[in-house]
Design a protein around this ligand. Structure first.
Ligand SMILES: Nc1nc2c(ncn2[C@@H]2O[C@H](COP(=O)(O)OP(=O)(O)OP(=O)(O)O)[C@@H](O)[C@H]2O)c(=O)[nH]1
Ligand SMILES: [Mg+2]
Length: 236
């Protein structure tokens, strides 16, 4: 799609997405938001492909270790690739500051009352940066296992992160995001004996919900699984 046409469609879609009125309209708009969100997400994805950028949307429970995993993988990849990390958080830029220490560019998006990033936010970022500077984009979504399911962000792959501390039922309780993800990370496996979490159940549940999902067990404390995760990103 030509640059100007792209801008026009996104502008139109974005305006619809931003519309908010009374409660009745909000409900109607939420459906509209989902529809238009995916249109914008597709446009974002096309634009990233035009620039040969590989992209990943990391979702997961609060405190499951999304930022810790990003710190580990950017630390290993920063010498070889030009990386941008976009972090979503309600109010702070704590996560972006942590990742920036690994010598990669970061952008923090504060969502205020919203419990997930959406394609509209990401589109704003994409339109304001020089995409030629990057070959990988990671997005860390706001920590929760429900809202991000509604909003695709135009990334190539979605990675879901849960950890042993959330208990062995966390996968079966949140099937939608596991269905929508290509890679599932079960983090904090260094704690599994102490917590007596049934790791096999978590792995089996993920596979049952989505037989195509790659499940990787990691610990950012012992580095177990981190190299395996990097291989599965298929970056070459
Ligand atoms: N034991 C253990 N602790 C971990 C591991 N990974 C992360 N943590 C700890 O878990 C806490 C939360 O980690 P974060 O990386 O901030 O988690 P997050 O998912 O980014 O959290 P939010 O962005 O707030 O949702 C920190 O205290 C980390 O040190 C792990 O593999 N093992
Ligand atoms: Mg984080």
């Amino acid at each position: 799609m030509k640059e100007r046409e792209f801008e026009r469609v996104v502008e139109l879609e974005s305006r619809k997405l931003a519309r908010e009125d009374n409660r009745q309209i909000v409900i109607e708009t939420q459906k509209e938001v989902e529809k238009n969100n995916n249109t914008i997400a597709n446009l974002i994805n096309n634009k990233l492909h035009e620039h040969n950028i590989k992209s990943f949307d990391i979702v997961g429970a609060i405190g499951a270790g999304k930022t810790a995993i990003l710190e580990k993988i950017t630390d290993r990849l920063a010498q070889k690739f030009k990386i941008l990390v976009i972090c979503g958080d309600i109010t702070t830029r704590v996560d972006a500051d942590r990742i920036q220490k690994k010598n990669v560019d970061t952008i923090q998006i504060n969502t205020g009352r919203e419990c997930a990033l959406n394609a509209y936010y990401i589109n704003k970022v994409i339109n304001n940066i020089d995409l030629c500077k990057y070959n990988i984009i990671f997005i860390e979504n706001v920590g929760n296992l429900i809202c991000p399911a509604e909003f695709l962000l135009g990334m190539d792959k979605r990675i879901i992160v849960v950890s042993t501390t959330e208990g062995e039922w966390v996968v079966e309780k949140h099937p939608l995001l596991f269905k929508m993800s290509e890679i599932a990370i079960i983090n904090k496996i260094d704690l599994v004996e102490r917590l007596e979490t049934d790791l096999d159940k978590m792995v089996n549940d993920a596979k049952e919900i989505n037989p195509n999902i790659e499940v990787i067990l990691t610990s950012t404390k012992t580095d177990e699984g981190i190299e395996d995760l990097i291989k599965k990103l298929n970056l070459k």
